[in-house]
Design a protein around this ligand. Structure first.
Ligand code: NAD
Length: 330
């Protein structure tokens, strides 16, 4: 074995994992990617990529062999539409993945372990207004996440905290707030709001039908963090000595209606918003970044507009290609 640090990225076939593999390779790490599927939109930069189902204990042992650092990203997940309709599946699959990955990593003497939690762990009762008070890490309790997805994330946070306490296992916990960017799921039901909005606006523009459907009244609010800031942040956290949960997101709050207008402006196309019934999640959610700044001396810096410009351009290309192949098939 060389003296390069050996890193495992689980969920390396997914959106954030795929970008993280590239980021780590650019910094000289030896990287193993693991997932149940290959990356969908471009080939992996990992030194080794293994197709493994991490719900299985034997596969977790295999994935974590001869590894120094683990970024645990694998999860059965998606946007609001998916996580509000698949509670038991999500809880079952993600609990198995996370229990087995953490224990196999400890047994295989992994030195550092980063778990990717979510802003979905925060209690529903603190997110009832669109003009929400930004959420601090200590707001997590008393717990009342909206969905099973959030409950499972909280349990795995606790596993990480107790492994650290009981075994001195060096675990880190990051709570992402809506990460977006190119090379992420943009259709099919698992896509998240920024990708869905870029797709809807791109379809409207390319088919010259200005109607864009918005779930609910569109006044629900969120903050969105660009993928490059996300991978920088988790890299800094893994290499820090901080072992408590930490927010990682932007703290710029925007309504879904304003997000639609921003994407339309980037597309250079005038849309007509049509509000329809659909899952909206909590009414408002924003990240309080005080602790992030204290712990890492850093915070996300890429503006929503700049991030959306590259995301929209990539999704418009996907939509254009899809429309062309549909036309050819017709
Ligand atoms: P993603 O769905 O693109 O990636 C997750 C990957 O995990 C997928 O490629 C999937 O195939 C893989 N996976 C699922 N089941 C598996 C299994 N049994 N064995 C092996 N691999 C399996 O999601 P993402 O946006 O890249 O998210 C990465 C992590 O960050 C997840 O844990 C997610 O919960 C968390 N997170 C993401 C966001 C966000 O905005 N994207 C927000 C909060 C938390």
């Amino acid at each position: 074995m060389s003296d390069q640090t050996r890193v495992l990225v689980t969920g390396a076939g997914g959106f954030i994992g795929h970008h993280l593999v590239t980021f780590l390779k650019e910094r000289g790490y030896w990287v193993r990617g693991v997932d149940i599927k290959e990356p969908e939109f471009s080939t992996t930069d990992a030194d080794e990529f293994e197709l493994l189902d991490l719900r299985r204990w034997d596969n977790c042992l295999q994935a974590t062999r001869e590894i120094d650092q683990v970024y645990a990203l694998a999860a059965d997940m998606g946007g609001m539409g998916f996580i509000s309709a698949n509670h038991s599946q999500i809880l079952h699959n993600n609990a198995l993945i996370n229990l087995h990955t953490a224990e196999a990593s400890r047994m295989n003497k992994v030195k550092r372990y980063l778990y990717t939690s979510s802003a979905c762990i925060y209690p529903e009762y603190l997110q009832t207004e669109a003009e929400v008070t930004p959420l601090k890490e200590e707001d997590a309790y008393p717990a009342q996440p909206q969905d099973a997805y959030g409950w499972e994330k909280l349990i795995t946070e606790k596993i990480c905290e107790y492994y650290h306490l009981d075994h001195g296992f060096d675990t880190k916990i990051v709570r992402f707030h809506n990460i977006f960017g190119p090379l992420g799921t943009w259709e099919g039901g698992r896509e998240k709001a920024p990708a869905a909005m870029c797709r809807k606006v791109a379809y409207a523009k390319l088919t010259k039908n200005p109607t864009v459907e918005i779930w609910g009244d569109g006044e629900q609010t969120r903050s969105f963090c660009y993928i490059d800031d996300c991978v920088t942040g988790i890299y800094k956290l893994l290499n820090s000595d901080y072992n408590q949960p930490l927010n990682l997101g932007q703290d710029y709050l925007i309504s879904i209606n304003d997000l639609a207008d921003l994407v339309a402006d980037i597309a250079g196309y005038q849309i007509e918003k049509k509000h329809i019934d659909g899952p909206q999640g909590v009414r408002g959610r924003n990240s309080n970044n005080d602790r992030l700044r204290d712990v890492l001396g850093w915070e996300p810096a890429i503006t929503l507009r700049k991030g959306l410009e590259s995301t929209y351009a990539w999704i418009e290309d996907q939509v254009r290609a899809q429309l062309a192949s549909q036309k050819q098939a017709a």
